[in-house]
Write a protein that binds this ligand. Structure first.
Ligand SMILES: [Fe+2]
Ligand SMILES: [Fe+2]
Length: 403
């Protein structure tokens, strides 16, 4: 059955252009357009719409308002919000119902592949088989309450950056751990940071939010970390490598931060499995090693789901952005979403491979990871570029180790 995509913009010329961008998928996607929020809501009625892409600034009902409504009347519709560079901050602040933000102008290839990736991701997360596995897992946890409080606070018109410190300090354990990481060699800041507001000023709100999530996860699953030895170091290194690659590609700061966060969180599913199965999970590692197969392949065989599947599923329940879910879900198999650009997913895929193959320590080397060279080629990464990444990342990691 064809997918239904709804494009919303008050500018008819932009709508026509976007429609043209998606022309290559004419056989698979039915593209419908609307020139206002009201019209969009009318068009949602009575049809299953897979994805809505709305402009931010529109008269009467703006994009964030529209997507809020869509999340109520058609919760399974994937919600994209697009904004001009000028409005991007506002869109991110107000559009909490959006799964993803896109900055205009949008190129045909990038737009098609981004929509394709989202459809693929949501199909995977909604699949009956994954849901069946996940319902048997008791170890899924909720996000920390200060995270949800932050997300809410940012949406308030009276929001002030000083609010961040006030909220985060409600959980002193998380706050002090976040400060510890900000002061660690991973951020190479020139001076000591002693409070959260200062940290926000230096590394950004997005990064503080990511660190809150990571700290919460790695403390909640501390017992599992005794089973999956080295997972914190592997995660930090993967984050650092992914960030270095994105920076080399001059990616936007949002994408650099997403790659870093996804690197930190990409293997959370291992901690979920280890909590669930205890030492028995090590047998799965053992099996993978003996069969010379990647871990996720053996996990699917034994547990009917991989650590990337269950990790992405849990983060999906937390309402984390699609770009992050995508990088977690497909870090072993980027081909499944057919990306054509160097996205956070591609950076994490390469970073995970590099840490498991050449740049990591012994515990990282114990796991086999494969690099999808053909996919990299599609994104314009050749062997020479890969060597350059390797060199730069080796340097970045050793600088950190030296500090
Ligand atoms: Fe993994
Ligand atoms: Fe990994």
């Amino acid at each position: 059955m064809n997918r239904r995509i709804l494009l919303v913009d008050d500018d008819a010329a932009i709508l026509r252009e976007l429609e043209g961008h998606l022309a290559s998928k004419r056989d698979e996607w039915d593209v419908v357009t609307a020139e206002s929020g009201e019209e969009a809501l009318d068009k949602l009625e009575g049809h299953t719409t897979d994805l809505i892409l709305s402009d931010t600034r529109m008269p009467e009902m703006d994009g964030p308002m529209l997507l809020d409504r869509v999340s109520e009347v058609s919760p399974s519709t994937i919600r994209f919000l697009m904004a001009s560079v000028r409005d991007a901050d506002m869109a991110i602040r107000l559009g909490s119902a959006a799964h993803r933000f896109l900055v205009k102008p949008l190129g045909a290839n990038d737009l098609t592949s981004t929509i394709n990736a989202a459809l693929e991701l949501h199909e995977m997360l909604d699949s009956e088989s994954l849901r069946e596995v996940v319902t048997t897992i008791r170890s899924l946890v909720s996000p920390p309450s200060i995270y949800s409080e932050l997300v809410d606070a940012v949406r308030q018109p009276t929001f002030n950056m000083d609010d961040v410190g006030r909220i985060v300090m409600k959980d002193p354990a998380i706050a002090s751990r976040v400060l510890q990481i900000v002061n660690s060699s991973f951020f190479s800041l020139s001076r000591d940071i002693t409070n959260i507001n200062e940290a926000v000023g230096l590394v950004g709100l997005q990064m503080i939010k990511s660190l809150i999530l990571s700290v919460h996860i790695f403390t909640t699953f501390s017992e599992a970390m005794q089973v999956v030895v080295g997972v914190w170091d592997h995660s930090m290194r993967t984050a650092c490598i992914a960030k270095t690659i994105m920076k080399m590609e001059r990616a936007s700061s949002v994408d650099v931060d997403t790659a870093f966060t996804a690197g930190l969180l990409h293997d959370v599913g291992k901690l979920i499995f280890a909590t669930e199965l205890g030492d028995r999970y090590l047998k799965v590692f053992e099996r993978a090693r003996m069969d010379g197969q990647p871990l996720h392949v053996v996990e699917r065989r034994v547990m009917q789901a991989s650590h990337s599947d269950v990790g992405a599923y849990m983060f999906g329940m937390w309402g984390l952005p699609d770009s992050l879910l995508e990088a977690v879900a497909f870090h072993h198999e980027p081909r499944r979403v057919g990306t054509t650009w160097i996205s956070p997913l591609i950076a994490v895929h390469i970073a995970d491979y590099l840490d498991h193959s050449e740049l990591g320590d012994e515990s990282a080397l114990a796991e086999q990871a494969n690099l999808d060279l053909q996919q990299l080629e599609t994104c314009g990464i050749d062997s020479e570029r890969l060597e350059q990444y390797k060199e730069a990342c080796r340097q970045a990691l050793s600088e950190q180790a030296a500090q």
